[in-house]
Write a protein that binds this ligand. Structure first.
Ligand SMILES: [Ca+2]
Length: 215
């Protein structure tokens, strides 16, 4: 995780936008081996650019760290206004980035997250105008089965819960169950309404003049 913080630090010094080019990618990750192959995992539309939010969401989610450390890092990244709290739209954006990153890491390149599913899911859990801080986020994740299931599906540590009964499900997954879990993940990613996604990107770029999404 501290390595990832370091990468994120170099990302911020190398890039002024959320789009990363191959040479910037190499600088950020310190000239990794097979860097083109790595880059291509993320650049599924082959336009020579990857989305920094997706990249870091994926690296964080799939790292070997406690859920809490991952969430704290994600929270910092998506706290665009540095208010130490996230709006529901920030949360939505975090979830979309995490889902799309997951599809890319698992090689489900034809899947993209259905944004409406995310909006609906968050709508059931939060009022539209609420803001959440990190401790509220941690509590919410720990008691939300969808978050726990998601972490188990990607075979990573779920949020720590005070209820010992819900521990350990991840280690019980056998290969065929894992296969099923991945397929389920894929079906969640019904085709995105790309216009809506674009609107989200436009909205985000309005937030910060530094943003310059491409595609
Ligand atoms: Ca791209």
């Amino acid at each position: 995780m501290s390595k990832l913080r370091e990468y994120h630090g170099s990302y911020k010094s190398v890039c002024d936008t959320f789009a990363i080019e191959q040479n910037e990618f190499d600088q950020i990750l310190g000239q990794p081996e097979k860097s083109e192959e790595l880059f291509n995992i993320w650049d599924t539309d082959k336009n020579g650019l990857i989305d920094a939010l997706e990249l870091f969401s994926g690296l964080i989610l799939f790292s070997e760290a406690k859920f809490e450390d991952k969430l704290r890092f994600l929270f910092d990244i998506f706290d665009f206004n540095e208010l130490n709290s996230l709006s529901i739209i920030d949360l939505e954006f975090m979830m979309i980035s995490c889902c799309n990153a997951t599809f890319k890491i698992l090689g489900l390149s034809e899947s993209e997250v259905n944004e409406e599913d995310i909006t609906e899911f968050l709508g059931k859990n939060f009022n539209d105008d609420s803001r959440v801080n990190i401790s509220q986020m941690l509590k919410w994740c720990a008691k939300t089965p969808e978050i726990r299931d998601y972490m188990i599906k990607i075979k990573k540590l779920p949020p720590e819960s005070k209820n010992p009964k819900s521990h350990g499900a991840g280690s019980l997954l056998i290969d065929s169950e894992r296969q099923g879990a991945l397929q389920e993940t894929k079906s969640l990613g019904a085709i995105i309404n790309s216009k809506k996604y674009q609107q989200k990107l436009d909205w985000l770029s309005g937030l910060s003049k530094k943003l310059q999404y491409l595609n």
